[in-house]
Design a protein around this ligand. Structure first.
Ligand code: 3VV
Length: 253
């Protein structure tokens, strides 16, 4: 698949955090790169706006495995050419904010308080390291998405181990981001997870998704959760996403 296609932006995270009106649908499926779309000049924003926090950057709760894997993929986001010139590498780190679209209501009545306080489920804990610590990378040539995930102590299900719903949340996040990059706005229609081995709390995991096929409105993706060294398979998943019209989320149908 053409590389430019994979350089699809998730720029509306940023837009949603800063703008007072929903971005035009054309921006949501733009094929411009994350780096390009995030430039304040393109958004027409004055430079005095403070940047919203990007949760996918390292913080003090990240353990050595999390940091090792982060550096491994991050170092491949930009490569140095002969002569010292820098170029985009095979991987792209996807920034992550805690709200995509500030004024999306899903087409139903939401009170002003709910609208203003709504936050992305996986990015809503102020106690860093307690729940979902993760960073996503995308490789457009290989059509793969990889998340490095450190499972915090508040995600307990079976004693000492991660709750299956928390694992499903992370899988949905990775395959959802992947499907969105491939196809624009989508929702999960089916998520089929085989839980093979329990995951100890505090573990660092690699979640890797691969595109199987696109068929009209449908996107089929598979996903594996493994230990950080790849030696243990914790889950394998097949997922189906279906394209939606973004205006349904913004305005209702
Ligand atoms: C969300 C907006 C996008 C923003 C994403 C930003 C990404 C940012 C990056 C990262 C961060 C986080 C990322 C998180 C991601 C999380 C995603 C979620 O959790 S989404 C919430 C849970 N999902 C729902 O609530 C869906 C509820 N269901 C529906 O809305 C509908 O049922 C829908 C749209 C899935 C299907 O609606 P119909 O059935 O009216 O659509 P028809 O056009 O008839 O179906 C299209 C094709 O799909 C098949 N299909 C539909 N549902 C199926 C199913 N469950 N199993 C098998 N096939 C199914 C149908 O048979 C049809 O196939 P044929 O074209 O005829 O071949």
């Amino acid at each position: 698949m053409a590389r430019s296609l994979g350089r699809v932006c998730l720029g509306f995270h940023r837009l949603g955090a800063l703008s007072s009106a929903p971005p035009p649908p054309s921006l949501l499926t733009s094929s411009r790169s994350v780096r390009t779309i995030f430039a304040p000049a393109i958004l027409g924003l004055p430079s005095f706006f403070s940047k919203p926090r990007d949760f996918s950057l390292p913080n003090s709760s990240w353990g050595s495995e999390m940091m090792r894997l982060y550096k491994h993929y991050n170092s491949q986001c930009e490569v140095e050419m002969e002569g010292g010139e820098k170029q985009e590498g095979p991987w792209q780190r996807l920034p992550s904010y805690n709200r995509f679209l500030k004024y999306a209501t899903g087409g139903v009545y939401l009170s002003k308080i709910i609208q203003s306080k709504a936050r992305l489920f996986t990015r809503n804990n102020r106690d860093t390291g307690a729940t979902f610590e993760y960073v996503l990378f995308f490789n457009s040539e290989e059509q793969k998405c990889v998340a490095i995930f450190q499972a915090g102590h508040l995600l307990e299900g079976p004693p000492g181990h991660v709750h299956g719903g928390a694992i499903a949340t992370m899988i949905d996040t990775v395959v959802g981001a992947h499907a969105n990059i491939v196809s624009g706005p989508v929702v999960t229609a089916n998520l089929n997870i085989n839980y093979r081995r329990p995951i100890p709390l505090g573990s660092t995991l690699v979640i890797e998704s691969s595109l199987i096929k696109k068929e009209g409105k449908k996107v089929f993706i598979t996903c594996k959760v493994t230990s950080s060294d790849g030696s243990k398979l914790h889950t394998d998943t097949t997922a189906l996403f279906v394209s939606i019209n973004i205006s349904h989320l913004l305005l209702g149908s």
